[in-house]
Ligand binder design. Sequence first.
Ligand SMILES: [Fe+2]
Length: 160
Amino acid sequence: MSNNATNQIGLEKADISEVIAKLNGLLSSYHMFYINVRGYHWNVKGEHFFSLHEQFEELYTNLQVEIDEIAERILTLGGTPLHAYSDFAEHTRISEDKNVKDGNSCAQGVVTGLQSLIEEQREVSELAEKAEDQGTADLVDDYIQQQEKLVWMYNAFLAN
Ligand SMILES: [Fe+2]
């Protein structure tokens, strides 16, 4: 099945190296968003504390699972997942969100982060389809769908 030009799952190495690079960018964005959401979970104050504290925990727990799936997809494609904070900081599309305590600001940070992930994943999906990498496209398409629903729910909370 595999020759010098294809990887262990029969995809063209030259095309897949671009998908791997794009997935490493996404992995970096996920890590930055993950730590932002942990900050919201820890620091949120105010009347919605109990519900938001719990919602943020559910969100970062899911992000942690997705982080692992993305990293292992990179390995499946024959790449090496980034695994250092300095690399994540260099490649993330999401910025650090520090010292946010107000519930609405935390929820807005979640919406902004999710919107950024959705946009980045649409690019990953398009590139993966071009490389005939349906597995990667399906993986991120699933995340997109779940995160789109979360954008609606957080915006409903914010009445945006
Ligand atoms: Fe906690």
